[in-house]
Write a protein of this length. Structure first.
Length: 388
């Protein structure tokens, strides 16, 4: 069958493939310990659910403005001002179907054939594919475990060409959990301004921080960087709202207007009553965020302690998100082969690093219960012993 050429430009998702395999094995009755989830294992906090139910009862069931409910755009602008020192008004905000659609809309609005987009690796799986779909060229900048998977200002400068349009900057990072320090953020901002490019700051994990790590929004570094920054974020990770599909894009008005125009001809507004849940998320107590963070922190500490006792793994301690990204370089196996063996023989699902542009690593999500974590790590330790 003849399909559009653009379909061939994108690779199928390896993360979904491993997840599907693990689920099929579970359905066959096998006891699988899964570390593959990219979503919090908690229920959405009750007050957010109630707000959406109340919105349904009040008839918030119709089409709304493509850019989002005015009340939500205003709540997002206030949040960005309050938490991130970013001076936006509602017209700088587009409410999207999750952070994924906000990034997609942005690429479609700003990237053209011939444009290069800088993507430090390890990266979130969808970045290069979205750039390719928009006709652009992803330029992958590899980083190392020793550099704590962070790109340096020198690396960025070297990667810039006359075709460079944008840098994708994700901190805290999926898949590494690394958080750039405020000084590191300032140094990256300096290069972006000096090289006259744009930066899209994917800040979807900004509230999931440990060990006193601080998140500085790159756009807050100064007026020059602010003008060339677009923020992409959402409610999925912070408020356990993955299925609600609410996210946003924040940036200069012409960018937001362009992305809104595209969205108005594709998905239109985000589910109206879901937006009322999102308003409650920002306008109510943030205790639920602290509670989820402390559960993640406990699991993270346990995993780090276990990793330290395993031979064959090197894992820099992540300061954010809910992922561990240990290197398996010492084992001498490619990440796909390692994860296949781990799943098929030891019944543990982890995501091969190759999906994120780092074939010597694997990703383990700790958005799962302690019992699964304990049992899964025992099995991982057994595999490493068997391979030694
Ligand atoms: N950005 C990163 C780094 C992510 O890990 C994800 C989800 O896994 C997203 C964006 C998109 O999240 P959502 O579309 O669920 O809001």
């Amino acid at each position: 069958m003849k399909l559009a050429e653009r379909v061939n430009r994108v690779s199928p998702s390896l993360t979904l493939a491993i997840d599907a395999k693990a689920k099929a094995m579970k359905a066959e009755g096998l006891d699988i310990c899964s570390f593959s989830a990219g979503e919090p294992d908690f229920d959405t906090p009750a007050h957010i659910v109630h707000a959406a139910k109340a919105a349904l009862d009040q008839g918030k069931t119709r089409y709304g403005p493509a850019a989002g409910e005015p009340k939500l755009r205003s709540a997002i602008a206030q949040k960005l001002q309050r938490d991130n020192q970013l001076c936006y008004s509602p017209e700088n905000i587009l409410v999207t179907n999750g952070g994924k659609q906000s990034l997609f809309n942005l690429m479609m609005a700003m990237i053209e054939p011939g444009d290069e987009v800088l993507i430090p690796a390890p990266y979130w799986v969808s970045y290069p594919e979205m750039v390719k779909l928009a006709g652009g060229t992803p330029i992958i900048i590899p980083t190392t475990v020793d550099a704590r998977f962070k790109v340096t200002p020198e690396q960025l400068r070297e990667a810039v060409t006359p075709q460079t349009r944008m840098l994708i900057f994700n901190s805290p990072s999926n898949p590494t959990g690394m958080v750039y320090t405020p000084d590191e953020v300032r140094a990256i901002a300096e290069v972006v301004v000096e090289q006259n490019i744009w930066v899209v700051a994917d800040e979807i994990y900004e509230k999931i921080l440990y060990d006193g790590a601080q998140h500085l929004s790159i756009g807050a570094v100064g007026p020059e960087i602010f003008e060339r920054t677009v923020v992409s974020s959402g409610f999925a990770k912070t408020y356990a709202m993955t299925g609600w599909r609410v996210g946003f894009l924040a940036g200069p008005v012409p960018v937001i207007k362009a992305a809104t125009r595209l969205q108005s001809h594709s998905t239109s507004n985000v589910c109206t009553f879901a937006q009322y849940g999102a308003i409650a998320a920002y306008e109510s107590s943030q205790d639920c965020v602290a509670e989820m963070r402390s559960a993640f922190a406990e699991r993270r500490a346990f995993m780090l302690e276990q990793f330290n006792q395993m031979k064959g793994l090197t894992c820099p301690s992540p300061e954010g998100a809910f992922y561990m990204f240990p290197s398996i370089a010492e084992v001498g196996m490619a990440s796909m082969e390692f994860c296949d063996t781990l799943l098929e023989t030891y019944n543990v699902a982890a995501v091969p690093g190759i999906a994120f542009g780092a074939d010597s690593c694997i990703r383990l999500s700790y958005a799962t219960d302690m019992t699964t974590i304990q049992e899964g790590l025992n099995r991982l330790a057994t595999l490493l012993k068997d391979l030694a």
